[in-house]
Design a protein around this ligand. Structure first.
Ligand code: NOJ
Length: 569
């Protein structure tokens, strides 16, 4: 088959995300680690993925499970040593798997020496590496309301914390243990460039940049509008896709990637970004990011506020996905359903109770067949579902616990808050990987740091590996299809059945072939509308069960291929 030799490697790649704490524990302390990952590389090689992305592995007080880094160029002892890291990279590369790291550079930990120095004195040369401001004029420092702006952090607290030693506040868009770096300062930017180059020189193949569209703030730091019923002002306008973000990213690419032969991957996490901004981040002529994780499809079941759950409809979900497919036709998409910050996809958009396997497979099909690079989160390849958390004591994540505390203090009934945590908490994606039906699901020989989902006796890698037709085999088939069929990589996207209540159907058209993808995202059987049947007429079935060619059963999906006659359709 024809492949485009000049295309960057990540266009035909599937990336597998590892959350190191929960993937595989090599030393029995109950927390996953680098030797554990190394022992499981054959799983990734069998699956056929091209790269793995590791959530942070650097030293951290773990206020936010590693997204609070206290030393950028080292490994946290709980995960191992730099030697373990080098061995992991070597073994991954030997299997043809690239290694991508998380680069958390919007903020550091408050334990990072840079912050320790910055907070030591107002005139310390590193003071300006972070955002410091005096209390609001006329108010007493440290009292509620004296914060320099009315912004709320993403973790249900004020976005400013008072530091009595130097009598100023510092800014943190996340927890108080994660002070924001001041990217306005060129010395900060140079320090981050050095960190990135250090890892590339060590053999890594790219970065996933954490909340990268928040690194530039409106330096005027204005107050945000306070919506009815809310405590804090909205900071979105002043920090999301901020005034200098494009300049910073173009500079990063120039300074860090310039002159490298095998061009690394640069994918940016971009909460709240718009399609228009994403086009700027990812347009090939601009030299910023290769692709972004936008959040629009993971907001179709929420209101303005993350915890404000709403029922969603297939038309809403499809509209968002199709809009991004078409809108980034000359750019590139990062495709994902979930990650360590989201509930499990099969519990959220699928049906984990009545159609777990079928819905996990169908959701995988529509993800992998869109144009872009698919990111598979650990455990999705076996259809792992949300954990049956019972009480608030079962939760661990800082965002979930802060939200609970805050909401209950504001008078929301605890059961109501718990219901939204069960559906949305980040803890759902962080339970240990289910390798087998044994104790602790084969994740550890010790006591796992988070409870293993009791369904691991049925839902696990060992069982599915032996069973053709399982979710695991389906993921492998999808990944193989991407590697073998150029239309999966490059084909143009066009929506079919645009008004259907339950279907997500589309074509991917390349020079040589048209793929027709049809998926029933519901538990009801559906008759195929004319445009879908016509598109598939005379085609070969590549994936899925043949069955009745005029209909799809509950959560059923199929991929067809039609060879294109030269010069015609
Ligand atoms: C996004 C990360 O994915 C999330 O886990 C973290 O809490 C925030 N950024 C802050 O780093």
């Amino acid at each position: 088959m024809r492949t485009d030799q000049d295309a960057p490697w990540w266009r035909s790649a599937v990336v597998y995300q590892i959350y190191p704490r929960s993937f595989a524990d090599g030393d029995g302390d109950g927390v996953g680690d680098l030797p554990g990952i190394r022992e499981r590389l054959d799983h990734l090689a069998w699956l056929g993925v091209d790269a793995l992305w590791l959530s942070p592995i650097q030293p951290s007080p773990m206020a936010d499970n590693g997204y609070d880094i206290s030393d950028y160029c080292a490994i946290d002892p709980v995960y191992g040593t730099l030697g373990d890291f080098d061995r992991l990279v070597e073994d991954a590369h030997a299997r043809g798997i690239r290694v991508v790291l998380d680069l958390v550079a919007n903020h550091t930990s408050d334990a990072h020496p840079w912050f320790q120095q910055a907070r030591s004195a107002r005139d310390h040369p590193r003071r300006d590496w972070y955002w410091w401001r005096p209390p609001r004029p006329g108010l007493v420092a440290g009292e509620p309301g004296a914060e320099p702006t009315n912004w709320g952090s993403f973790f249900s607290e004020p976005a400013w914390t008072y530091d009595p030693a130097t009598e100023e506040y510092y800014l943190h868009l996340f927890s108080a243990a994660q002070p924001d770096l001041n990217w306005e300062n060129p010395a900060v930017r140079r320090a981050i460039h050095r960190v990135a180059r250090w890892w590339l020189d060590r053999g890594v193949d790219g970065f996933r940049m954490d909340v990268v569209n928040l690194i530039s703030k409106d330096p005027a730091l204005p107050d945000g509008a306070v919506r009815r019923g809310e405590e804090y002002g909205d900071l979105g306008r002043f920090v999301v896709d901020g005034p200098r973000v494009h300049e910073y990213l173009a500079e990063f690419r120039r300074e860090v990637f310039g002159g490298r032969e095998d061009v690394p991957l640069l994918v940016g996490e971009a909460p709240g970004t718009s399609l228009e901004e994403a086009r700027c981040y990812t347009h090939p002529d601009r030299g910023e990011l290769d692709m972004v994780f936008h959040f629009e499809h993971v907001r179709v079941d929420r209101g303005e506020f993350k915890w404000d759950l709403r029922p969603f409809s297939v038309p809403d979900l499809r509209r968002v996905l199709a809009t991004w497919q078409v809108g980034l036709a000359d750019c590139w998409n990062a495709l994902y359903w979930d990650n360590h910050d989201q509930p499990r996809v099969v519990s959220r958009f699928g049906d984990a109770v009545r159609h777990r396997e079928a819905s996990a497979k169908t959701l995988a099909t529509v993800l992998h067949l869109q144009r872009g690079t698919p990111f598979v989160f650990q455990g999705d390849e076996i259809g792992m579902a949300n954990h049956p958390f019972a009480t608030i004591d079962d939760f661990d994540d800082i965002e979930s616990l802060n939200h609970y505390r805050r909401s209950v203090a504001l008078g929301v009934p605890p059961e109501e808050v718990l219901a939204s945590l069960r559906a949305m908490s980040r803890d759902n994606g962080r339970t240990p990987m289910q390798w087998d039906a044994g104790p602790a699901a084969g994740f550890t020989t010790g006591v796992p740091w988070r409870p293993v989902n009791p369904d691991h006796t049925e839902v696990n890698v060992a069982e599915q590996r032996e069973r053709p037709g399982s979710v695991l085999h389906h993921y492998r088939d999808l990944i193989r299809l991407r590697h073998e069929e150029p239309a999966v990589v490059e084909g143009a996207f066009a929506l079919l059945a645009a008004d259907h209540e339950h279907l997500f159907a589309f074509t991917r058209e390349s020079e040589d072939a048209t793929l027709v993808v049809m998926a029933n995202l519901s538990g009801e059987p559906v008759a195929l509308p004319d445009d879908v049947r016509e598109a598939a007429a005379g085609s070969e079935l590549l994936l899925g069960d043949a069955g009745d060619d005029g209909a799809l059963g509950p959560w059923q999906s199929r991929v067809h291929r039609r060879t294109r006659a030269r010069g015609g359709r």
